[in-house]
Design a protein around this ligand. Structure first.
Ligand code: G6Q
Length: 544
């Protein structure tokens, strides 16, 4: 017999999980809780201030045992060590994967090609700190001698989503007399709206691009350069108003940014894993170097937990395994991430890239096809807003949507009863999803018979609840690293390369071919498919 990955599987945990799933397919959370009054106390872990309740998943002790066996059989322990020690586990790009080195304390040694990388990390952090402090204190002066009031990050994908998310998440810690904007889209609207009320002589652009070749970022950076020079009337102004974050120093110099104003990082930091590298420069200017280091400390704390905690108490490993269970054995296709904290409003969008660009793969490391379902669709919105829109489908729809609830015990903005009301809603939603409301309960409320089916909640919808104390920079660092490690652990079990992203290439190449066809003064000879040809012709007609 073969498994979903096409391998012989007699006796493997994957095989055992398949038959376990078919035997226990109608497991009901209501029954599981009734049979074990301590379930909510048992199926939880607490570490470094994170309380994870995973009791509302459709699992028994046998399920958990098999899932843990799956982790062992997939060689997860060895792969974790390989990642942390700088082995080139990003096989298709022949690169080490060392975002964990970005938060390694000074003095730790991690070697890539025989060279320690941690000292370099701290050197860049120190330069970022000096620069950030200058901007924050008003000591960095623009071309006309005025202090900087607005900081604009230009970047896309991994060079944008992390900085935006962190800025929103940590607003409470931000220097409020500075304005932060983020430009990512090649749609001119993004640039126009982000800059329409800014004063050029008080604006600092951070061009964040690992490669410094990305079409969107380079287009926006050149537009920004023209915007600035046009307003200040002097090419030389660029030196005071542009800094860059990149690994491509040559291209940065060609753009006209002084080498002293470039903050580097390394090819072993993947774009979507880079928010704690120099790509986080806007974050550091916003929250200050000390808070930025607390963010790194939080991630490092999670790194240590992931690397050293036995799997049965290891929060990222448990969440990864439960995700595999829901996705591969119960057929769920998505995960809803539901932070009950307004500051985390961009966290689901950030996780979309982290999870889907990492694990949206159909080929294994050895080039063979994956037959299991990989990379579920991540999506979400902060609570309680989602409750008044899409939760209906989660409660009463036909799809299984596992949820990750994230909540904090202490609010950053205590305001009357707001926080208790907010948290009551998290717990109520998880409870309603798990236990629902039976027809008998609905009838007992005096509901007419014809209306009963509409008011029944089947329940049995799985969820995790993560409870932390306060949304501090450190807590955010923990959350970011938690999901990074969930993604990694799942990728290991699916035997895929979670760190490449070949899937974004094709569209980019095709766009380069289409641009001249749209811009050409004469009717171009089109050789695409008939649909693309017709769309190009129609667009040309419309814009004429
Ligand atoms: C992330 C991806 C991708 C990347 C952007 C921006 O893992 O590689 O989202 O971050 O394409 O790339 P640059 O930083 O090179 O501009």
């Amino acid at each position: 017999m073969t498994d979903n990955n096409g391998n012989r599987t007699e006796g493997t945990a994957w095989e055992a999980l398949k038959s376990h799933a078919s035997r226990t397919g109608d497991l009901q959370l209501r029954d599981l809780f009734a049979a074990d009054p301590q379930r909510g106390e048992r199926l939880k872990v607490e570490a470094d201030g994170i309380y994870l309740d995973y009791s509302k998943n459709r699992v028994t002790d046998e399920t958990m045992g098999l899932l843990l066996r799956l982790a062992v059989e997939s060689g997860l322990a060895g792969k974790i060590e390989a990642m942390f020690s700088g082995e080139k586990i990003n096989v298709t790009e022949n690169r080490a994967v060392l975002h964990t080195a970005l938060r390694a304390p000074q003095g730790v040694r991690i070697l890539v090609d025989g060279q320690d990388v941690v000292a370099g990390v701290h050197e860049v952090l120190d330069r970022m700190s000096v620069f950030s402090d200058k901007v924050r204190r008003g000591d960095w002066k623009g071309h006309t001698g005025k202090r900087i009031r607005s900081v604009v990050n230009i970047g896309i994908g991994g060079s944008d989503l992390g900085p935006v998310m962190a800025y929103e998440a940590l607003r409470r810690y931000c220097q409020r007399d500075l304005v932060f904007r983020f430009i990512s889209n090649v749609d001119g609207t993004d640039f126009a709206e982000a800059t329409q009320d800014l004063e050029a002589d008080e604006t600092l652009f951070i061009v964040s691009s690992k490669t410094f070749t990305t079409l969107e970022t380079m287009t926006n950076a050149h537009t920004a350069r023209a915007w600035l020079v046009d307003r200040l009337g002097d090419e030389k102004a660029v030196g005071k108003h542009f800094v860059a974050v990149s690994t491509n120093l040559k291209a940065v110099a060609a753009f006209g940014i002084e080498p002293t104003n470039v903050f580097g990082f390394w090819d072993w930091v993947g774009g979507r894993y880079s928010m704690e590298s120099a790509i986080g420069l806007s974050t550091m200017i916003a929250i200050g170097p000390e808070n930025f280091r607390l963010l790194l400390d939080g991630s490092h704390q999670m790194d240590r937990h992931f690397r050293s905690t036995p799997f049965e108490r290891n929060i990222p490993v448990l969440m990864a395994l439960l995700g595999i269970w829901n996705n591969d054995f119960l057929g769920a296709e998505t995960v809803a991430v539901l932070p009950y904290d307004q500051y985390l409003k961009r966290f689901p969008a950030y996780l979309q890239q982290l999870t889907m660009e990492s694990n949206g793969k159909h080929v294994r490391l050895d080039g063979s096809r994956v037959h299991a379902a990989t990379g579920p669709v991540y999506w979400g919105e902060p609570g309680t807003n989602g409750q008044h829109s899409f939760y209906q489908l989660i409660h009463q729809g036909t799809r299984l949507v596992p949820c990750d609830f994230i909540a904090f015990t202490k609010p950053l903005n205590p305001l009357g009863r707001h926080h208790d009301l907010l948290v009551a809603n998290v717990f109520a939603q998880a409870e309603a999803l798990a236990f629902g409301k039976t027809a008998d309960q609905v009838r007992a409320e005096g509901t007419p018979e014809w209306l009963v089916p509409h008011r029944v909640f089947e329940g049995n919808r799985p969820s995790n609840t993560l409870l932390m104390e306060t949304l501090t920079p450190g807590a955010l660092g923990q959350l970011v690293a938690l999901y990074e490690h969930i993604v990694f652990a799942q990728g290991c079990i699916w035997h895929i390369d979670s760190f490449d992203q070949w899937g974004v290439e094709l569209g980019k190449i095709l766009a380069q071919r289409i641009v001249p066809e749209l811009e050409s003064a004469t009717e171009p000879a089109l050789t695409h498919d008939s649909s693309t040809n017709a769309l190009i012709r129609r667009y040309r007609q419309g814009r004429a």
